[in-house]
Design a protein around this ligand. Structure first.
Ligand code: GLN
Length: 200
């Protein structure tokens, strides 16, 4: 996997952890803070953190349009948690005035779906595409996907306290999105999956 170069958006949040895991897989990983740092990348990770802050910083640093163009060009992109929110075409539970979304993923995300019930929790997820063992997932003020477009594949779902099933990991073509934080565990399977998507 040495030929692949993956950028991690490094405006705010858990970017260093993603860089570390990519390097463990032998992938060249770079932090991205300026539009020109997207040039030459094969894939991009948008990390978890706080989506409103990340969107504000992206606006201030002139990154919103370049990121939209990146996703619009069909480049491999993975959003974790806040990153998943920014990649979603539709969001609910926004702060007043909403926020700039990058979009590209045909889903409706609820920004603080689990946050309203409980701040953080852990769950073992059955993820057929990754096989056994189940994924031990960390949810931190986590969003969830409440509606998916026809071309969106649900990779993992969770049943909430009311008994409704919501998607917490999805893939649509070159876009991967997870509501939880694989970069805060030592399970490299999601990063390996994404690097395979990048290499296609
Ligand atoms: N719910 C948070 C948000 O709105 C995301 C939390 C996270 O990335 N851990 O940005």
């Amino acid at each position: 996997m040495g030929d692949v170069v993956v950028g991690v958006l490094a405006l705010q949040g858990a970017f260093a952890e993603h860089v570390k895991m990519l390097r463990q897989l032998g992938v060249t990983a770079q932090q991205v803070r300026k539009p020109e740092e997207l040039d030459g990348l094969d894939g991009l990770i948008i990390p978890g953190g706080e989506s409103t802050s990340m969107a504000l910083i992206a606006e201030r640093w002139g990154l919103v349009q370049p990121l939209k163009a990146w996703v619009g060009a069909g480049k491999a992109t993975w959003g974790t948690c806040a990153g998943m929110i920014l990649l979603s075409d539709r969001a609910t539970g926004q702060k007043q005035g909403g926020q700039a979304l990058i979009g590209g993923l045909d889903v409706t995300v609820n920004r603080n779906y689990f946050g309203r019930q409980i701040d953080s929790f852990e769950a073992d997820l059955h993820v057929p595409i990754l096989g056994d063992p189940p994924v031990h997932a960390l949810f931190i003020r986590a969003p969830a996907i409440t509606e998916t477009g026809a071309a969106v594949n649900v990779l993992a779902a969770l049943t909430d306290r009311e008994g409704s099933s919501v998607a917490v990991a999805v893939r649509a073509g070159p876009i991967l999105a997870t509501a939880f934080h694989p970069e805060l565990t030592d399970d490299l399977r999601w990063h390996r999956l994404f690097v395979q998507m990048v290499a296609i």
